[in-house]
Design a protein around this ligand. Sequence first.
Ligand code: EPZ
Length: 420
Amino acid sequence: MEKFVIEGGRRLSGEIHVSGSKNATLPILAATLLTDGVCEIRNVPKLRDTLTMCKLLRSLGKTVDISGNKVTISGAVNNHEADYKLVSTMRGSFCVLGPLLGKLSKAKVSMPGGCVIGVRPIDLHMKGIMALGVKADFDAGYVIAHAARLKGAQMYLGGTFGSSVLATANVMMAATLAHGETIIECAACEPEIEDLGNFLSAMGAKIQGHGTPRIVINGVKKLNGTSYKMASDRIEAGTFLLMAAATKSDILVKDAHYNHLLALVDKLQSIGAEVKRVGSHDIRVKCKKTLKPANIVTHPHPGFPTDLQAQYMALMAITPGVSIINDRVFPDRFMHIAELNRMGAQIRRDTGVAIVEGVKQLYGAPVMASDLRASAALVMAGLVAKGKTEIYRIYHLDRGYENLDVKLNNIGAKVSREKE
Ligand code: EPZ
């Protein structure tokens, strides 16, 4: 296993490039199950999660060729069983349920396992597919689902915490080959859903409203292969903006969609950082002065993303004053607090929220990564801390950030990847 060793206290400068979106790549790769045609997908991030999805597609009968950031998928799906061994390693693989049902009208998919960021039920996924006439049951840790014929329907897919990204994705994909019209109300509006909708349209699906709370899909008989370029990763871009603010740096984030990050940009500008759109694809962030503390409440898109909550907390940990962090999407997503406090932060939990008292200085220490975004927050803390920080279990980071150490070292950081 590997760890990161970070020498902190350095300003960053220059350009850093954003890779393709992890959370759009997973459903888009799964959507290739809907066609026997050849799909060529470009700008795919080289991540552990992308490889896991490719392994899963191969186990379902697809031929998958990976060359750099391009993935070519061909052949017909010939197996409707998504194995526990693969699904349990990555929750995102549960989004093969919808395309398997759309293409084969049957699916046996392992239920996703537990997750450190909180309780993650699948009731909305089940509600959505059953509205399309699917009979679904749970057996031995698997979802067993089948239908004589999927039939379009109108459904409300809002849950306790609002919309669900992957439930929306699963229903969208199943409905593309269903008979008749499907209307998803309270659909997730995340840019990843918009990207998935664009990919499905490129395959010949009849779909409207993707990226809005109301998605309308008219089923077609067949979908075709296509060639498609992934959008860039807004969470990776947001992480870089927050890293620049925390290290009082001036960097240009290349291939970052400003409109996908409005909640974060608005927050950064309100606390005193300079954030500007440069051309149509880049964002410049400059931060020289001491920032002001500010509270956040996370919400589904276009609200403040839960996947940037931990990184924002790391910024507030070194911002003088008190800020309150409330995660309304994953209320228990606070595994990073204890590790940040090991580095000298002053953060405490209170009912459903975290209260951050900003400190002047963090200090390097050995810390443990617990999940993908918590690890990014620890890297941020390591970049600003006095001395050396060792981050263990960085396999969590490699799940969602492509070559993070290389990218950061190219703009002046000192991060080394070493054996634990
Ligand atoms: C996606 O997960 C992302 N993962 C997550 O990113 C992200 O945190 C999340 O959306 C929210 O933005 C991928 O795209 C692979 P949800 P997803 O269903 O779709 C509740 C990262 O760091 N809910 O939108 O699984 C759920 O418990 C990962 O990259 C139900 O109640 O999340 C949560 O509170 C972590 N019933 C809320 O909805 C359901 O059936 C939103 O979850 C489904 C979800």
